[in-house]
Design a protein around this ligand. Structure first.
Ligand code: PEP
Length: 257
């Protein structure tokens, strides 16, 4: 059985103070978040990563970078290495988010290098894949996902693939309020899992968690994770509010608040 994983991608939102306030509210609100039966990861901006890591220490909540460079150090202005993320308290790192692919030019090859660098440093990569609306309308969704999964994970061992996380994020559903239907998500996730199985074997494919991302909210998370191959969610906008994220964690675990 794969434990559901609910990951918050804050993108370029929240100062250090706002991040600390979120963690206090999530952990110390009237209810307090119930961590049983689900894993939680928070991906703050780099500047707030140490504060979030300190705030969640001892709770089992993971902390993710939103990107990394594949080199350990060097003349790469604005970039952060895997080792630097680990030192700052990260346990995970998002790789190949569609905003990085679209706005910053990340290719499948770059995603592959970053994924390998993350694994070598002991970080769990959350490797994002997903088709554009044009690709979906052109019937290319399966081919795009196959290319991104095979390209991004090229050269990894079955064991490595079994431990990492893939996030299916259809580009047309990110930040648009337009969510994939449960059936659309289920179909894409099944395709990703069969691609993983073909490339790395059934055991690796079975262990690898595949998250859905794209306008996930408290009201739709339960239906999405009810799909056989949907193992949780990567949440952008609706993860910025602690109450909303708390409800998503509860729904992702299959319970209600
Ligand atoms: C994301 O940033 O990964 C994402 C899925 O964003 P949103 O939930 O806002 O669509």
């Amino acid at each position: 059985m794969r434990t559901p994983l609910l990951a918050a991608n804050w993108k370029m939102y929240k100062t250090v103070g706002e991040a600390e306030a979120f963690v206090s509210a999530l952990l110390g609100g009237t209810e307090g978040v119930d961590l049983a039966g689900a894993e939680i990861v928070i991906a703050p901006p780099f500047t707030a990563l140490p504060a979030v890591a300190t705030g969640v220490r001892g709770t089992g909540i993971g902390v993710a970078g939103q990107d990394l460079h594949w080199e350990a150090e060097g003349a790469f202005t604005g970039a952060i290495s895997a080792g630097m993320l680990v030192e700052a308290g990260a346990t995970h790192v998002i790789v190949g988010h569609s905003e990085r692919r679209r706005l910053f030019g990340d290719t499948d090859d770059a995603v592959n290098r970053k994924t390998k660098a993350a694994l070598a440093a002991g970080l769990i990569p959350i490797v994002c894949v997903g088709e554009t609306l044009e690709e979906r309308d052109g019937g290319e969704m399966p081919a795009v996902l196959t290319r991104q999964v095979r390209g991004g994970l090229n050269g990894l061992s079955a064991e490595q693939v079994g431990t990492l996380v893939v996030a299916y994020e259809p580009v047309w559903a990110i930040g648009t309020g337009r969510t994939a239907s449960a059936a659309q998500a289920g179909e894409a996730h099944a395709h990703i899992r069969s691609t993983l199985s073909d490339a790395f074997g059934a055991d690796a494919a079975d262990s690898c968690r595949i998250l859905y991302g794209g306008s996930v909210k408290p009201g739709n998370v339960k239906e999405l994770v009810a799909q056989a191959d949907v193992d949780g969610a990567l949440v952008g906008g609706a993860s910025l509010d602690p109450n909303s994220f708390h409800q998503i964690v509860a729904g992702g675990r299959g319970t209600e608040l």
